[in-house]
Design a protein around this ligand. Structure first.
Ligand code: SAH
Length: 260
């Protein structure tokens, strides 16, 4: 008997690797995902993104999804009922962990993106206004994720960042399958400087070594440049990785010269 996986491969259709449900009051914002890398992943059936309009599950006749906060204070808060009804409308097998995009969550990192990219299903809640009713967070949310220590006007922009970052790690999304493995953070360092055509621009030349055709030397240059950039711009990252003897030596040299 042919298994479903084999059959889909046989007819040339990729198996959906990841399904992401997104709860939002502005589903149209996600139309932005219809271009670029994510759209290709969706067309190739690697990724499926389902924006779900919370307002469709509003319970009053004016279709309100927000109310003033109890106890007073600024702004409005998204009510629990339409959110929970929307969560419950999702097929349990396609729900996955429920993530609330929130400035109060754990900061998103490369490591976190990789671990999330291994999921088959995921549900993302986008807040608005002053946020969402705490009872949704307490009873339905598995994790709160922040994209930085600043406040956005809506969780949609944070969700798009998260989805974009995840999609790069789904096999088949990127043209060059290894390109994400050489990105900044993948080995704990910043990626080396990169140059495009022409060789000389505004009398600035591309580093000679990159034109040499000697791949061994080019790779050595790339590794050293990557370490130097990290040393100058993000020395904090160097504390998180295991350095080789050669790297330690270079860092000592640069520190003593105080290259800045
Ligand atoms: N009043 C809230 C902020 C609400 S901002 C507070 O002080 O904590 C409105 C919505 O934008 C939030 O519900 C959240 O979904 C989203 N949001 C804002 N900043 C974010 C961030 N840094 N990361 C992820 N989501 C964020």
């Amino acid at each position: 008997m042919i298994r479903k996986k084999e059959f889909l491969k046989f007819i040339g259709k990729a198996i959906i690797r990841m399904n992401i449900n997104v709860l939002t009051i502005f589903p149209e914002i996600f139309e932005i995902l219809n271009s670029g890398v994510i759209s290709k992943a969706m067309k190739k059936d690697i990724l499926s993104i389902k924006p779900l309009d919370i307002r469709k599950n509003a319970t009053n006749k004016h279709k309100n999804v927000d109310s003033k906060p109890y106890g007073g204070g600024e702004g409005m808060v998204i009510m629990a009922e339409p959110l929970i009804k929307t969560i419950k409308s999702i097929d349990k097998r396609k729900l996955g962990p429920v993530i609330y995009m929130s400035p109060q969550g754990q900061l998103l990192t490369h490591k976190k993106v990789i671990s999330l990219s291994k999921l088959k299903n995921m549900t993302v809640i986008c807040g608005r206004y002053e946020g969402i009713d705490q009872r949704v967070i307490d009873n339905y949310v598995d994790e709160e994720v922040s994209i930085g220590d600043f406040i956005l006007s809506g969780g949609e922009y944070a969700a798009i960042c998260l989805i974009d970052a995840i999609s790069r790690h789904l096999p088949g999304t990127l043209g060059n399958k290894d390109s994400y493995l050489k990105d900044t953070f993948s080995n704990g360092l910043l990626k080396e400087d990169v140059y495009a055509k022409p060789e000389i621009f505004d009398s600035n030349k591309v580093p000679e070594i990159l034109l040499s055709g000697n791949h061994e030397k080019i790779n050595a240059w790339k590794s050293e440049m990557s370490l130097l950039k990290t040393f100058k711009k993000r020395p904090d990252l160097l504390k998180k990785i295991k350095l080789t003897k050669k790297q330690k030596k270079l860092l000592e040299e640069w520190s003593s010269k105080a290259i800045l």
